[in-house]
Design a protein around this ligand. Structure first.
Ligand SMILES: CC(C)(COP(=O)(O)OP(=O)(O)OC[C@H]1O[C@@H](n2cnc3c(N)ncnc32)[C@H](O)[C@@H]1OP(=O)(O)O)[C@@H](O)C(=O)NCCC(=O)NCCS
Length: 335
């Protein structure tokens, strides 16, 4: 069926309750699992809770009164983050579903354009293949950042021979150990220092300030926004004397057999000395011993040092997607 034949209506998301969107999100969860080995059901139920509380700004697409797509964003001060866009594939071909998603994006961007004092809009369409949704973002003057979704398969037969972390060599006064709850307060400064002037802090401005980095950590560590945090597979390199962190890796469980590295960063003065590699190997060994058969991560394609490191460790690209950014004062203006 072609979209031109579809009679679509677009209504404000706040008119809807969880029950109207449940089957659409079930369908979307199946696609997350098939494409990314990601169990999206926890995230989907969070979205439904927010829909029920009318906390999300967005639109629902209806065809003859039947819900067939949705888009939402959340506001954080004067920034909006587009959380998701999805249209049902049931009974329509992929191109028609994408066409509905493009219309949803157009509507939301138009609303955001008319939102007073909005300084920034971020989007990462992880589920959707690169390029498919670029048009409306291009028209609105967004910058696009190609990103990679990479995977390392863990073969239980060749369990890593990494020695216990206490004896992993480090120059003199650092020690690798698992993440502890008290690291929560030490981690923001590692994130802001590691990402200073980095392309990823253009895409996600939470990396720019300690407060932003703390909100990022809150979402990952204390909130099931991106899988379930896995402290046993999350590692730090800590100074033996003052206990400051030189580097950290955070890992979440995104489905029964899959861990996802949600953050890896090393203080600039410690980069290029094998810390990142060791953190990744420790994470891999922990996941293997916890019956995982794969570990995944996302990386900005332009971050060639990180992409090279992951490739050398055996990660391969499973999927490519886009991150988008509009900020006031950017050369091509949205208004
Ligand atoms: C990416 C990052 C975590 C890697 O950690 P690291 O401790 O620097 O990595 P390692 O020292 O283990 O590096 C492994 C390899 O990459 C090379 N490398 C690391 N950083 C590099 C850089 N900035 N430029 C060029 N090569 C680099 C190392 O020389 C080493 O090569 P080898 O394996 O052939 O010996 C770290 O550079 C970092 O924090 N970067 C900023 C934040 C970031 O990009 N995080 C990843 C987001 S997906």
């Amino acid at each position: 069926m072609m979209t031109s034949a579809l009679q679509l209506d677009f209504l404000d998301l706040r008119h809807f309750s969880a029950q109207h969107l449940r089957s659409l999100l079930d369908e979307e969860s199946a696609l997350w699992s098939q494409r990314l080995r990601w169990d999206y059901r926890n995230s989907a139920s969070l979205v439904l809770q927010y829909v029920e509380s009318h906390l999300l700004t967005g639109y629902v697409a209806l065809e003859q009164g039947r819900v067939c797509g949705y888009i939402f964003c959340v506001y954080e001060n004067n920034k909006a983050v587009i959380g998701d866009v999805f249209a049902s594939r049931a009974g329509v071909d992929e191109a028609s579903a994408v066409a509905i998603e493009l219309q949803l994006i157009d509507r939301l961007l138009e609303t955001l354009q008319h939102t007073p004092n909005l300084a920034r809009v971020e989007a990462q369409l992880l589920l959707h293949p690169q390029g498919l949704h670029r048009q409306p973002f291009n028209r609105a003057g967004f910058h696009l950042y190609p990103r990679l979704f990479m995977e390392l398969e863990l073969h239980r037969s060749d369990l890593s021979e990494l020695p216990p972390p206490e004896v992993v060599a480090w120059e003199s006064d650092g020690k690798y150990r698992r993440w502890m709850a008290s690291d929560f307060d030490l981690a923001p400064s590692v994130i802001t220092a590691s990402y200073a002037g980095h392309i990823d802090s253009e895409i996600n401005d939470q990396y720019l300030s300690p407060g932003g980095a703390q909100r990022f950590l809150h979402n990952i560590v204390r909130f099931p926004g991106c899988g379930i945090f896995e402290p046993n597979a999350s590692w730090v390199l800590a100074d033996s004397h003052d206990h400051k962190l030189h580097g950290l890796l955070l890992c979440s469980r995104v489905s029964a057999g899959v861990g996802h590295v949600t953050q890896i960063c090393v203080m600039p003065e410690f980069q290029g000395r094998g810390v990142g590699k060791t953190l990744l190997e420790l994470c891999t060994a922990s996941l293997q011993s916890r019956d995982c058969d794969a570990v995944t991560l996302t990386v900005t394609e332009q971050n060639s040092a990180a992409v090279g490191l992951y490739r050398r460790l055996g990660y391969r690209v499973m999927h490519r997607f886009d991150a988008m950014l509009w900020a006031s004062g950017m050369p091509k203006n949205m208004r």
